[in-house]
Design a binder for this molecule. Structure first.
Ligand SMILES: Cc1cc2nc3c(=O)[nH]c(=O)nc-3n(C[C@H](O)[C@H](O)[C@H](O)COP(=O)(O)OP(=O)(O)OC[C@H]3O[C@@H](n4cnc5c(N)ncnc54)[C@H](O)[C@@H]3O)c2cc1C
Length: 538
């Protein structure tokens, strides 16, 4: 095998085999398989130094079967609205979980009618159909595990209507979460669900994942802010759920679609609630020399009857990486910090901030700072919201676990994570929505070290099992996706799962919409599959 083909194989983890020798002595290599046929091969003519990966990248099997399909899709979305070349498809073979599987074709619809036509096409050709927003999902939700058509919403990103009197906005699914808040900020409003990925993730992805964020503690998750949806079903039918201004009688179908991870229908429009900005906001940073004191403070604050708007925790290891990356003003020498925000009427906010400071000090905070300006507050939040990226600077790979436990058990859980760290000789950073008991242990590793990678899988599994034992769940907010579908029986009975399958079959009878996600497939050995297969940092 030629060296550059081998390099390509190493880089992509494909397993090339010589397929045939060309008339000029060059060789063709099958690079991967899929779609029930040979696909994507490499042509390496003798006369050329570099293998021509993409010249012949149109899969043979698919080309035979689907030239008509590509033409059909191009007719719907335009020639510039369809990607099928190998080099283009590679950009869509992973999301933030980094599991690798390419779609066979990527389409960029602009309207609901485009989505309807594309869904009908997929239905006719019996192809998998997967929706994708920004691809920031951490559970492999938008990876086309069985190939087929990937529907990417980056061209459906219009805010269709803003109705401030009624505190509503109607948006296309590709609108970026933060863009909606920015669009209404001058009028004193915002969109409350604020995942840390809000600069990139889309409302469609948020609806599918029922996303939360630092301010979930006070304002709830996405489902609490979605009033109505327009959804395209896999056969191309369009349905409308919910209502803009009143509760409709009948089943809460909006509630069924929110959090269904793209397995029931494709959201083409969402009507969401806008929230009035609070009169006053105070942001506090409580600094601790012992992690256990920080975790005890979390339960103590809520036990006092105070519900902060946000209550986040970062440990010292994470903090140092964050500070080096953002220079947000976090201390470099402590064991943990709590980032706490209170909002509301000016007088109440002052009072709550004083109460919280007192609780922090009673629990051995060595210092409690208050942000003195909006700039200082923004900087602290910037540090928190870019923390995953900051850890990506110090480790070749990391695996983000997402579990949830009752917040009263945080001290015990952090001890347990510490013991796992020692047991497997790993570094684990802890950053989480502490007020909700939603943990994100970030396990550092190097995927080139197979033994270490195997330890990460075991460590992550032990952490998630302990979450379940403590009365928690296998995911707090990143969803089940492809990563954890086979862990569902840990928290649901056979009867529960059977009912969920029946609901799925009702909307998605052929199972071609986002196959292999959310419900157990039993095809692979479940836990954390894919998560460490691709293994690049988020
Ligand atoms: C750095 C970082 C921080 C994060 N922080 C948070 C956080 O604080 N809180 C949180 O909840 N999550 C967080 N996430 C996870 C992720 O950002 C969210 O799950 C987000 O909602 C995904 O949006 P997306 O547009 O990227 O969707 P994608 O990743 O593209 O897709 C996610 C799922 O939604 C489906 N989908 C997308 N669009 C549609 C549609 N129009 N119709 C039907 N299904 C659709 C996909 O098929 C897939 O199953 C974080 C991720 C990163 C990388």
């Amino acid at each position: 095998m030629r060296a550059n083909v081998r390099a390509y194989a190493d880089a992509t983890r494909f397993r090339p085999k010589v397929r045939s020798v060309d008339h000029d002595g060059g060789q063709r290599y099958t690079a991967r398989e899929g779609f029930g046929a040979e696909v994507a091969y490499v042509w390496c003519p003798k006369s050329v130094n570099h293998p021509r990966f993409f010249v012949h990248s149109l899969p043979f099997g698919l080309a035979m079967k689907s030239k008509g399909l590509f033409r059909e899709l191009a007719k719907i979305a335009g020639d510039d609205g369809v990607l099928w070349r190998q080099e283009d498809l590679m950009l869509y073979e992973y999301d933030a979980l980094s599991s690798l599987r390419q779609p066979d074709v990527v389409v960029f619809p602009r309207t609901t009618e485009h989505v309807v036509q594309i869904a009908k096409s997929a239905w006719r050709h019996d192809l998998p159909l997967v929706a994708r927003g920004a691809g920031t999902g951490l559970s492999g939700g938008s990876v086309a595990t069985e190939g087929g058509i990937l529907l990417v919403f980056s061209r459906m990103k219009q805010i269709l209507e803003i109705d401030l009197e009624n505190q509503r906005a109607r948006v296309q699914p590709g609108v970026v979460n933060l863009d909606l808040s920015l669009a209404v900020a001058d009028e004193g409003y915002y969109y409350a669900p604020d995942p840390s990925s809000q600069k990139a993730c889309t409302i469609g992805g948020n609806v599918a994942e029922n996303s939360g964020g630092p301010h979930t503690l006070a304002y709830g998750v996405t489902t609490n802010h979605v009033l109505a949806l327009e959804v395209v079903l896999p056969d191309g039918d369009v349905i409308h759920t919910g209502a803009r201004h009143w509760d409709r009688p009948g089943y809460d179908l909006t509630g069924v679609f929110v959090g269904s991870e793209g397995t029931l229908g494709i959201v083409t429009e969402a009507t969401v609630r806008l929230t009035r900005k609070a009169e006053a906001v105070k942001t506090l940073l409580a600094i601790y020399n012992q992690v256990v004191d920080a975790t005890r403070t979390v339960a103590a604050i809520t036990a006092r009857g105070i519900t902060p708007a946000a209550l986040e925790m970062m440990d010292g290891f994470t903090l140092r990486a964050v500070e080096e990356a953002t220079h947000a003003g976090y201390p470099m020498d402590c064991a943990a910090v709590l980032l706490i925000e209170v909002e509301g009427l000016r007088e109440a906010v002052e009072e709550h901030a004083d109460d919280i400071e007192a609780v922090c000090r009673e629990n051995n905070a060595r210092e409690v700072r208050r942000a003195k300006s909006a700039e200082e507050r923004d900087l602290l939040w910037k540090g928190r919201k870019t923390a995953f990226g900051a850890l990506g600077r110090i480790s070749p790979n990391y695996y983000v676990q997402d579990g949830v436990i009752p917040r009263t058990r945080l001290p015990e859980m952090l001890d347990f994570i510490g013991s796992i760290e020692k047991k497997y000789d790993l570094h684990i950073g802890n950053i989480f929505h502490a007020g909700d008991g939603n943990l994100h242990p970030l396990i550092m590793y190097d995927e080139r070290n197979r033994q270490q990678t195997a330890c990460v899988v075991k460590a992550a599994k032990e952490i998630i099992l302990r979450c379940v034992e403590m009365g928690g769940s296998i995911t707090g907010e990143h969803g089940v996706g492809l990563e954890k579908s086979d862990l569902m029986p840990l928290i649901f009975s056979d009867d529960d799962l059977e009912l969920m399958s029946r609901i799925k079959n009702l909307f998605n009878p052929l199972g071609r919409l986002n196959p292999g996600k959310l419900l157990p497939t039993g095809k692979m050995c479940g836990e954390l599959r894919g998560g460490l297969a691709g293994g690049s940092p988020v």
